[in-house]
Write a protein that binds this ligand. Structure first.
Ligand SMILES: NC(=O)c1ccc[n+]([C@@H]2O[C@H](COP(=O)([O-])OP(=O)(O)OC[C@H]3O[C@@H](n4cnc5c(N)ncnc54)[C@H](OP(=O)(O)O)[C@@H]3O)[C@@H](O)[C@H]2O)c1
Length: 340
């Protein structure tokens, strides 16, 4: 049966940067897949902190990317762009989840085929959409950038968030020992269940606790989302040859009171990365690593995305309000209307 693709589609649009109120359902042209891309009829899409930043006008899409929000989707492949050497297209009609370059909050999304993966076995759209952004980010940072190894310790800040719940599970599954920071006992309980040693950063000093749990040695790797206010304390929490990877600065981008002596005497490595502007080739390589190392664990239920709740696409503003309240644990997913 031929698939009819409309010229126009529903999407969450924003007329100007601002609070959640600027998000509303509108009509925009349906994207056409470029060479090497697939067009996916979106059934669910994930909400991520970078979407909040983009909505506020603080995280503009990279050149050439869709101006629409939405960094991850799950749905059905409905069209292929022209072929590109070395890129395999998933079949028309197959179910995929994908890391997008933007444009997930819409009926249709064009994504590089190499950034898509099949739904894990027995998954539905909601569970499949909860994987790409966090799993690609965590894999890329913990294993490519920080070279986290089996038996090493890793401190994951914000353990109950989307990134945090994925990072704890992936680190543990790969044989590392995850420690994590949370703001309350309920979030702590969830992270403990996922396999982390939990530190309540509201009631305890995370530096003291990290050193206590590692017999004074410090952790081998830190995945940080807080930035400036944690920088100096992160350096104190690292072991010799420790690696600090900063993927966000929710607390601010300026670090003060930094001891370079600590950096030198402990031979520390400090870096930061953003996944979205990286090349299609890089993201495709991460997809392949996930397929080899992580997909078998998703297929057998060893790993599972933690889903806090879902909202219909039209209620994207509500989903953003919830994320900004930080009262969620795990992922917030938008469900898209059935377009059959
Ligand atoms: N660089 C990249 O490529 C990249 C890619 C994706 C995401 N990110 C970044 O990663 C971060 C997490 O994204 P997400 O989608 O997982 O968001 P999320 O689900 O909202 O998680 C953020 C978490 O931060 C925690 N938090 C807030 N203040 C904290 C503090 N002072 N110490 C420790 N934890 C704290 C919150 O929980 P509590 O209630 O426990 O504080 C919350 O669980 C965001 O900043 C996002 O921009 C970066």
């Amino acid at each position: 049966m031929a698939i009819t693709i409309p010229d126009e589609m529903n999407a969450i649009v924003l007329d100007e940067p601002g609070g959640p109120n600027v998000l509303h359902l509108g009509k925009v042209p349906t994207p056409t897949p470029k060479p090497g891309e697939i067009l996916v009829r979106v059934e669910a899409s994930g909400v991520n902190r970078p979407d909040i930043m983009q909505r506020k006008g603080l995280y503009p899409p990279p050149p050439g990317a869709s101006p629409l929000l939405g960094l991850e989707i799950a749905g059905t492949v409905v069209a292929h762009g022209s072929p590109v050497a070395g890129t395999d297209f998933p079949a028309i009609g197959s179910k995929v989840c994908a890391l997008t370059n933007g444009g997930g909050y819409a009926d249709y999304c064009a994504v590089p085929a190499s950034q898509s993966l099949p739904w894990p076995e027995h998954y539905d759209a909601v569970k499949a959409a909860a994987i790409p952004e966090t799993f690609f980010t965590v894999w890329s940072n913990l294993f490519t950038t920080a070279d986290l190894k089996k038996g090493e310790t890793v401190l994951i800040h914000g353990g109950a968030g989307g990134i945090g719940t994925a990072a704890i599970q992936i680190a543990k599954a790969m044989g590392a020992i995850p420690l994590t920071t949370v703001s309350d006992p309920e979030k702590g309980e969830l992270c403990e269940k996922l396999g982390a040693i939990v530190i309540n950063y509201k009631t305890d000093d995370f530096v003291e606790k990290t050193l206590e749990y590692t017999d004074g040695k410090g952790v081998d790797v830190i995945l940080d989302i807080i930035g400036g206010p944690y920088f100096s304390r992160n350096l104190k929490s690292l072991a010799m040859d420790g690696r600090l990877v900063i993927i966000a600065f929710q607390g601010g981008a300026k670090a003060e009171d930094v001891s370079l002596t600590r950096l030198m005497t402990k031979r520390l490595h400090v870096t930061g990365t953003a996944l979205r502007p990286r090349s299609t080739e890089y993201k495709g390589a991460v997809a392949q690593a996930l397929k080899s190392h992580i997909w078998p664990l998703l297929n057998t239920g060893v790993l599972e995305p933690i889903i806090h709740t879902t909202f219909p696409l039209a209620e994207a503003a509500e989903a953003h309000r919830l994320m900004e309240s930080s009262s969620h644990s795990g992922k917030i997913i938008l469900t898209h209307p059935d377009q059959n």
